[in-house]
Design a protein around this ligand. Structure first.
Ligand SMILES: [Zn+2]
Length: 112
């Protein structure tokens, strides 16, 4: 009697959202919107994970910047795009971008 075993595992991506974020950000610089499109979760969900990753792991945030006057939101640690510029009050803001850095290179200086 021939029994054909069909238990070949389908290739399932069994990773958590933080794992997916870290994988996708390796060697790339992306906004939360781009991450949300790649992962298939809402931006709101991605923001929450990004903020934790920035705090504890090797993910850095390149701060948002006002497109009108060049103000850099350097002290901001929230992953969402700011609503308006505190200096010129305009709302054309470049969203923060994220990337993964290797251990011991936790510095945004290399992107300047
Ligand atoms: Zn401004």
């Amino acid at each position: 009697m021939m029994v054909e075993r069909i238990d070949r595992k389908l290739e399932v991506r069994d990773e958590t959202i933080p794992q997916a974020i870290k994988r996708i950000l390796t060697g790339r610089v992306l906004t939360a919107r781009e991450l949300s499109q790649e992962i298939g979760k809402s931006e709101k969900v991605i923001y929450g994970h990004l903020e934790k990753l920035v705090k504890y792991k090797n993910v850095i945030m390149i701060p948002p910047e006002c497109s009108s006057c060049g103000f850099v939101f350097s002290s901001r640690d929230r992953a969402a795009k700011p609503g308006k510029c505190p200096r010129c009050r305009k709302t054309r803001i470049e969203p923060p971008r994220f990337t993964r850095v290797p251990d011991d290179h936790r510095s945004a200086e290399i992107f300047r």
